[in-house]
Design a protein around this ligand. Structure first.
Ligand SMILES: NC(=O)c1ccc[n+]([C@@H]2O[C@H](COP(=O)([O-])OP(=O)(O)OC[C@H]3O[C@@H](n4cnc5c(N)ncnc54)[C@H](O)[C@@H]3O)[C@@H](O)[C@H]2O)c1
Length: 260
């Protein structure tokens, strides 16, 4: 139980990698705030954790809204008295070739993925600094920020580039407070998001979802989509004793798609 008693806030935790991270952190002894736009699904995840003997609360939140970020952090503090770990995971995208990226894509993805993650980080860091006991912050970026040619959308890749950049800045600013800040850059992970993008891409290319999946697998050296739980292992590692001296890093969990 490497996270015994730690209070962990995970955004976008109603499904996918956020859910897998919340569940693994709880299994390692953490008290988990399951925050998501979809409060019903968040409540189902939190209930599942409680049914297995863990401690969890669900919080409805839109990380694209600063007032909602404040309410989310206040709710997590009310539940647990502190936040030891933030996992900035909520994110959105859709498939579009470069020349078909719209202003709406840019604004909506930036609002959630970049602005939402930045101001959630800033708000939680304020609490961690005031408490004076350090902390861990893990931002969910993507190999899309590192030049992955198969990204869903160039505006999405740009938001993740922002996440990588502010991860470096935050790790530098917060090290004096013993707060470690890192980004995890997943490759193709088998979630509702990637399946949705896969379907949109298949439609755009006039092929079936299965044909699209096969073509996608051909470009992954390990030849498989990554289960969300496998990304959660890395995120939970960074929360625990193994992450004590790791900060300012962007760590790929990508089945070999990128080599650095
Ligand atoms: N799936 C992949 O292949 C992949 C690869 C690299 C990076 N990522 C990133 O990992 C993270 C998780 O991805 P996933 O595949 O698990 O996604 P997902 O779509 O399965 O889950 C995302 C969750 O975020 C929530 N959410 C969306 N907007 C929100 C908002 N404004 N406020 C609060 N919650 C919100 C959704 O309700 C959902 O529960 C995202 O940041 C994504 O960009 C995904």
């Amino acid at each position: 139980m490497q996270l015994e008693g730690k209070a962990v806030l995970v955004t976008g935790a109603a499904r996918g990698m956020g859910r897998a991270t919340a569940e693994l952190a709880a299994a390692e002894g953490a008290r988990v705030a399951v925050a998501d736009l979809n409060i019903d699904s968040a409540e189902a995840v939190a209930k599942g954790i409680r049914d297995r003997g863990g401690e969890a609360v669900a919080i409805g939140a839109d990380v694209g809204d600063l007032g909602s970020i404040d309410a989310m952090v206040d709710a997590a503090l009310a539940a647990f008295g502190a936040i030891d770990v933030l996992v900035n995971n909520a994110g959105i995208t859709r498939y579009a070739p470069f020349m078909e990226v719209t202003e709406e894509d840019w604004d909506s993805f930036m609002r959630v993925n970049a602005k939402g993650s930045f101001f959630t980080l800033q708000r939680v860091a304020r609490e961690m600094i005031e408490r004076g006991q350090g902390g861990r912050i893990i931002n969910m970026a993507s190999i899309a920020a590192k030049g992955f040619r198969g990204t869903s959308n160039a505006a999405y890749a740009s938001t993740k580039g922002a996440v990588v950049a502010f991860t470096y800045q935050a790790s530098s600013a917060l090290a004096q407070h013993n707060i470690c800040v890192n980004a995890v850059c997943p490759g193709p992970v088998d979630t509702d998001m990637s399946r949705g993008v896969g379907r949109q891409r298949a439609d755009a290319m006039g092929r079936s979802f299965e044909e699209q999946l096969t073509a996608g697998l051909d470009s992954i050296p390990l030849g498989r989509m990554i289960p969300p739980e496998d990304v959660a292992y890395m995120v939970v590692f960074l929360m625990g004793p193994g992450g004590y001296n790791i900060t300012g890093q962007t760590i790929h969990v990508d089945a070999g798609v990128l080599m650095s």
